[in-house]
Design a protein around this ligand. Structure first.
Ligand SMILES: *Cc1c(COP(=O)(O)O)cnc(C)c1O
Length: 229
């Protein structure tokens, strides 16, 4: 199957999962994850109606993002090094992978000096063995500290599931993160919105939507298998 057909199948699966969770399919934002994939296949997906793309590698974002037509929403979804922040902020519309206060501060400074405030999501660490992210128990303090940063608008949370062969393996974690997401608004932290919950990838996006994701990040199910990682 080609990219266009794959995209149609992903859309159908998103719609089915949305209905299962009592929501309308258009409440779910599909971010096509483009790492390792060619500009041609990205353009094919955009022509077939994909509205959002995401990159986890700055070098690839630097090549691809300026070459897609205007109006496409561009997400950065990978770990950022401090010295790359300014570039990322210039290239993308949202940074989903804010994984430390230090990076949050640098993103804020870079955006503020460019005269803007950039939407961000906070990446939640779900596995002690993973290197980057904010632990659920530390999230409230994190948000309070980051709420003074003028150059970012905190709009939600992002997480990466365990990526087991069986998508059901992701369900308990997604359920926990949704609970954390729902617990934040009542804390009334200024400048913090919980508008987007970004969870679910090719292997587990349907389960993520059933558990409350409002944004999914899907690469291989749209663009095919990666020739390299
Ligand atoms: C690569 C990547 C994805 C998409 O993964 P697929 O399995 O290709 O759908 C989603 N989120 C992040 C953070 C990624 O790095």
């Amino acid at each position: 199957m080609g990219v266009k057909e794959n995209l149609g199948a992903v859309r159908q699966a998103i719609a089915a999962a949305a209905r299962k969770s009592g929501r309308s399919p258009d409440e779910i934002i599909l971010v096509g994850v483009t790492k390792t994939f060619s500009l041609e296949s990205i353009v094919t997906a955009l022509n077939a109606g994909l509205s959002d793309i995401g990159e986890s590698r700055l070098q690839e974002a630097e090549y691809k993002f300026p070459r897609v037509p205007p109006g496409v929403t561009k997400h950065f979804i990978g770990h950022l090094q401090g010295n790359k922040v300014r570039k990322a902020v210039a290239l993308c519309d949202m940074v989903q992978s804010v994984d430390s206060l230090k990076i949050a501060g640098k993103i804020s400074d870079a955006a503020a000096s460019a005269g803007k405030a950039i939407p961000v999501l906070i990446e939640i660490l779900t596995d002690e063995e993973k290197e980057f992210g904010v632990r659920p128990a530390e999230l409230a303090d994190f948000l309070r500290s980051a709420s003074d940063m003028k150059g970012i608008r905190i709009q939600g949370l992002m997480t990466v599931g365990p990526q087991e062969a069986n998508p059901e393996g992701s369900r308990p974690l997604f359920r926990d993160i949704k609970r954390v997401f729902d617990s934040i608004p009542s804390m009334r932290i200024k400048n913090v919105e919980m508008r987007y919950l970004s969870m679910g990838m090719s292997s587990d996006f349907a389960v993520a939507i059933e558990e409350g994701a409002s944004m999914v990040r899907v690469g291989t199910a749209i663009f095919g298998k990666r020739a390299r990682q």
